[in-house]
Design a protein around this ligand. Structure first.
Ligand code: XLS
Ligand code: NI
Ligand code: NI
Length: 442
């Protein structure tokens, strides 16, 4: 991608990526991801439901705050907005099909250039929606979720739904309406809200209560519109604690669940959790997954990873089998994702400039998830992992412990139990044993 290649030749040298197994030395093949292999009662394909992210793979230019683009895409080279958008979509579908990714995800502005004219913007998106609909039909690819970008345009510098200016909120609403229309027309299975600038830079100029109320009202309004127009999928909120703003209201899973409960949105919304957002919030990804799973809100995930040596959202492709196995344990025990899938919200590095790099990145990520799924399933089926965890709480399963859980014991009765039974035994949490267990099955 470092030199502008002919559109037709961009991906043509790359073969369709196939499963070749562990014997294979072919870097353009899957070694673990065998889509129809059954794990824990379901084909891998159904557990994982991989999606390609339009914004990183087909718009991400490699530019950073210090440097110009390094990924020069042929589809950006010539023609009007629709011509370029169609060329990009042709390439996108070729890429997704070659990888065997069953789904894709997009923001409105990823698909076609955004204009400031509301009606013109709607027409452009409609044209591209029709084009995408045909492409989906030809290839069998599906839309995992659609969304609107309410954070890049300068008018959103103080937020969209939480902007202090109602006029800006209305523009955000216009974009969401068009993006919901597109999602419905494409049979999109979910719709995502990532509140990129729904937060503040300083509390000195911010009425937090009013902003959160407006945010909730906005979500209700969007949800009602979508439902009235036949959208039956799930709405996802994607938590992130900061970046681009100092503080974002959708801080982490627990915060979002509290917000949805407070504003009566629990019935229609679930969570789309992103690895790098979890770490930015000071959590592990497993923590976020567990919080969501426990609330019945584990909808979808954005797969990527951060960098241990710096704090920001580097969106690198996942490559740590140990961490991912821990995450898959949570996902498997929760019975899978509710309605969502695994979206590669990840980008190749600025200096990864070969066409193959985008393939290697996704192959690595897909193989890693497949391997983590198999490993986690082995841990659950073959080891005493479940038993140890269950045993740890056994004192609550019968007798006084069970009575406590049923709400039958007063504080006095608890006191008497302590006095009668003396000092509790010291019981190990067996952390190192459990940690070794994961490595044993990798
Ligand atoms: C940015 C977010 C974004 C969402 C979609 O950090 O991850 O890419 O997934 O708006
Ligand atoms: Ni994301
Ligand atoms: Ni992100």
């Amino acid at each position: 991608m470092s030199t502008v290649l002919d559109q037709k030749t961009l991906f043509s040298a790359i073969p369709t990526i196939k499963f070749e197994g562990l014997e294979s030395d072919n870097p353009l093949a899957f070694r673990w991801y065998d889509e129809s292999r059954v794990v824990a009662g379901k084909p891998m394909k159904e557990w994982l439901r991989f999606a390609g992210a339009y914004w990183h793979s087909f718009n991400g230019s490699g530019a950073d705050p210090f440097g110009e683009p390094t990924h020069l895409f042929p589809w950006d080279a010539a023609g009007d907005a629709i011509t370029r958008a169609k060329a990009k979509m042709d390439a996108a579908f070729e890429f997704l099909t070659k990888l065997g990714l069953p789904y894709y995800c997009f923001h409105d502005v990823d698909v076609v250039d955004y204009t400031n004219d509301v009606a013109d913007n709607e027409r452009r998106l409609q044209t591209m929606t029709e084009y995408a609909r045909q492409k989906q039909q030809e290839t069998g690819l599906k839309l995992l979720w659609g969304t609107a970008n309410l954070f890049s345009h300068r008018r959103y510098m103080n937020g969209a739904a939480t902007n202090p200016d109602f006029h800006v909120l209305a523009h955000g609403a216009a974009q969401v309406k068009a993006a919901i229309d597109a999602t419905i027309a494409l049979g999109g299975e979910n719709y995502v809200f990532w509140g990129g600038r729904e937060g503040y830079m300083t509390l000195l100029n911010t009425n937090m209560q009013r902003e959160q109320e407006n945010f909730a009202r906005f979500l209700h309004t969007c949800k009602d519109y979508a439902r009235r127009n036949g959208f039956r999928g799930t709405f996802f909120i994607e938590p992130k604690p900061m970046e681009p703003t100092k503080h974002q209201y959708d801080y982490d899973a627990a915060t979002v669940i509290g917000f949805l409960r407070q504003y009566d949105l629990l019935g229609d919304f679930k969570l789309n959790l992103e690895v790098n957002h979890a770490t930015l919030a000071g959590h592990t990804f497993q923590h976020e997954l567990q919080v969501a799973a426990d609330a019945g809100m584990l909808g979808s995930i954005d797969a990527n990873r951060g960098d241990y040596q710096n704090g920001w959202d580097t969106d690198q492709f996942p490559n740590d089998i140990y961490e991912l196995t821990e995450s898959m344990l949570v996902i498997l025990e929760a019975g899978g994702l509710q309605g969502g899938g695994i979206n590669f919200d990840a980008k190749i590095r600025r200096n990864s400039t070969d066409v193959q790099d985008l393939f290697h990145a996704h192959i690595g990520g897909m193989d890693l998830f497949a391997r983590a799924l198999i490993t986690a399933d082995n841990v659950l089926q073959k080891s005493d992992y479940r038993q140890i965890r269950q045993q740890r709480y056994a004192s609550f399963d019968e007798g006084a412990g069970a009575a406590f859980r049923r709400g039958e014991l007063t504080l006095e009765q608890l006191r008497d139990y302590a006095a009668e039974h003396g000092e509790p035994q010291i019981i190990s949490g067996r952390q190192e044993y459990l940690e070794n267990l994961i490595n044993r099955y990798i």
